[in-house]
Design a protein around this ligand. Structure first.
Ligand SMILES: C[S@@+](CC[C@H](N)C(=O)[O-])C[C@H]1O[C@@H](n2cnc3c(N)ncnc32)[C@H](O)[C@@H]1O
Length: 245
């Protein structure tokens, strides 16, 4: 071989060797990086609450009247709203679940996903709920139309949990929602409703007209903003005379 050709062959061999070595080093480095990134991600705190807060704020900016809160309900309010629910409550309907704060709390109390129907008007939330609660029923609809759907093959509801912004809804819509719920609630069933206001968000005159009564069952300052929870039920007959307390 000519000396000049030998020189080129040597350079080519060195280049090939360098390329292979560089590739191996990069592959090893990227493997180490992926492992380290995976370990670091596993050590990070659960980012779901942060992402939910972002989603909620974005939804509120798009539809402030419908969403009516800048952040999802916190744990204390979720526990209060679902404190009386358990695996033996029967079918539960949740109105306006948003990102699912109350849904998670009722599941933690033993309510099965198959016994839950989520009625959410916002498409951004109903798609998320379908991912999160694949065994629950999700309906993307106005809660005022509840009376038009058969959710549990004719079974009555054991309870209704409502995160709806009743104070920003027209009276007619609130009446339709309450009628839709109480037509399908078991005789002893209740609707749980929270409010940021100082009194029950269903006015007394409306409760009277529908034969309902409301009782404040608790409140929490550990929520943004602080909130109170009301239990709304059919009015009980007052008993007079012998036997009554
Ligand atoms: C105040 S947010 C409460 C969300 C969630 N329950 C929470 O506490 O974090 C009100 C929710 O009700 C939904 N909503 C408002 N009007 C509705 C309607 N007519 N029917 C069904 N959902 C409605 C909104 O899209 C939103 O998810």
């Amino acid at each position: 071989m000519e000396p000049i050709n030998s020189l080129f062959a040597g350079i080519a061999a060195l280049n090939a060797f360098g390329l292979v070595a560089t590739r191996l080093t990069l592959r090893r480095a990227s493997g180490l990086f992926t492992d380290a990134a995976g370990r670091a991600l596993a050590m990070l705190p659960d980012m779901r609450p942060v992402r939910d807060a972002g989603r909620f704020l974005a939804a509120w900016l798009r539809a402030p009247l419908r969403v009516a809160a800048v952040a999802p309900s916190g744990r204390a309010l979720s526990r209060l709203m679902t404190a009386e629910l358990s695996g033996s409550t029967g079918p539960v309907v949740e109105l306006g679940p948003g990102t699912g704060s109350f849904t998670r709390a009722m599941i933690a109390n033993g309510v099965r996903q198959a016994d839950i129907a989520l009625i959410e008007y916002g498409p951004e939330f109903s798609a998320l709920l379908a991912e999160r609660f694949p065994h629950a029923q999700i309906r993307c609809m106005d809660a005022a139309n509840l009376g038009t759907v058969d959710l549990f093959a004719g079974r009555l509801f054991g309870a209704v949990v409502s995160g709806l912004p009743l104070l920003s809804m027209p009276r007619r819509q609130v009446v339709a929602i309450l009628k839709g719920c109480f037509e399908r609630l078991e005789p002893e069933g209740a609707l749980y409703q929270f409010t940021y206001g100082p009194r029950c968000p269903v006015p007394k005159s409306m409760l009277d007209r529908l034969g309902l009564e409301a009782e404040r069952i608790g409140g929490t300052l550990a929520n943004i903003p602080p909130a109170a929870v009301y239990r709304i039920r059919r009015r009980r007959q007052e008993t007079h005379g012998a036997g009554s307390a």
